[in-house]
Design a protein around this ligand. Sequence first.
Ligand code: GDP
Ligand code: ZN
Ligand code: ZN
Length: 473
Amino acid sequence: MLGEFLLCDDKLSQDKGPGAGALSRGIQTGKCIPYKLQPPKKTCEVSAWCPTEATEEPPQPALLNSAENFTVLIKNNIDFPRHNYTTRNILPDVNITCTYHKTQNPQCPIFRLGDIFQETGYNFSEVAIKGGIMAIEINWDCNLDSWFHHCRPKYSFRRLDDKTTNESLYPGYNFRYAKYYKENNVEKRTLIKVFGVRFDILVFGSGGKFDIIALIVYIGSTLSYFGLATVFIDFLINTCSNTSCQSYCKCCECCAVNEYYYKKKCESIVEPKSTLKYVSFVDEFHIRMVEEQLLGRSLQNVKGKEIPKPLMDFTDLSRLPLSLQDAPSIPGQPEEIQLLSEEATPRSSSSPSWCQCGNCLPSQLPRSHQCLEELCCRKKPGVCITTSEPFKQLILSRRALQFLLLYQEPLLKLDADATNNQLRHCAYRCYATWRFGSKDLADFAILPSCCRWRIRKEFPKSEGQYSGFKSPY
Ligand code: GDP
Ligand code: ZN
Ligand code: ZN
């Protein structure tokens, strides 16, 4: 489409008012001139090309319709500098009369323009009217290993301009350009609007060779992702147990599973404190944790905080030879000491008011410390733990305790004087480990009075007072 425009500096470029559309744009001369006589109206004078561009539809059918049958030969050389490899798309044995076809001739570098449009589902003669942009993509995916060598291009096509845009957004591919010249000393221009089809050739690709180090790095980085799996699972389980599960189903199975998972994964550790004491009653399943500051009355009556009893670890116990039973007492041996010290042991008949089993005895400690030893093996009245079989077999068995002492120190000399003290202390420890499960708790466990005195009766001290519980910290 052609149009001639003259530069007129004394005429109005168009007959609309100022600022009315694209055609009013130009350099303002600063003059105010009339542009309508009836009724009289004035406007600013603008210096611009005239006449203004005529808006005409593009010719149909398109002028370049016959270009549909044109062919184009594409030459493409590629280089992978890291592998020092160069190649091109035209092989030495290529038939130069061929035409590219997606399935029958995919390696032919000669393309018929109409075929390119057909591949993408468009019609060349339709696109040619308003123009369009077509991408010819050449993809090189090369395996450069000598035993698996493959490096041939793959051609594909894609329309780049947006055919869905509406008329006002200028669809297709078209633009204007002007040729400027002077005629009789008057500046003139020829404005040309062109519609056409543009082909963009896009080349991309990758070339690789086997590399053992790259493989190891790849496997390593892949494995490291597995570490994220546990974090992800933890997050899912915790999220479920904390929010959705608890709010939607109070007693659902998944909550129990989550709780179990949490217990198995996280061990709750109680910080050791010198003021902390643990108490266990034979008629209660849990353990009670007591802060010393709360004491002032009998330990028996302090409520404390309930904590779950750790599961029993039988591994140490299983090391005890089953044959360990107390040998029949030999006259003149430990029994003698026992009889001697019988008097030092308070009578069981004088069981104090806080005792529920009938076997506890008042503390020997100074008054201020007595409340610490005022503890029974039971919370409610009933049978005493000292009458139980494990108590006799484990805590009161001289041979079992001797074996445990030797187990810790194989060459320990059990001399007559010190033996009872050692056995007594070992019996305390045995009882605490048995009833409190974990060593952390056992160190701060307080023995019930009945057990303490039953042990002392079995392994008595020959002289002086018993010193009682001492905090390990
Ligand atoms: P001693 O032998 O004259 O010192 O007096 P005891 O027979 O009372 O034993 C004192 C030792 O046993 C100390 O190491 C105490 O920590 C320990 N012991 C005494 N009573 C308890 C108790 O109730 N719990 C714990 N865990 N240890 C105790
Ligand atoms: Zn008691
Ligand atoms: Zn008791």
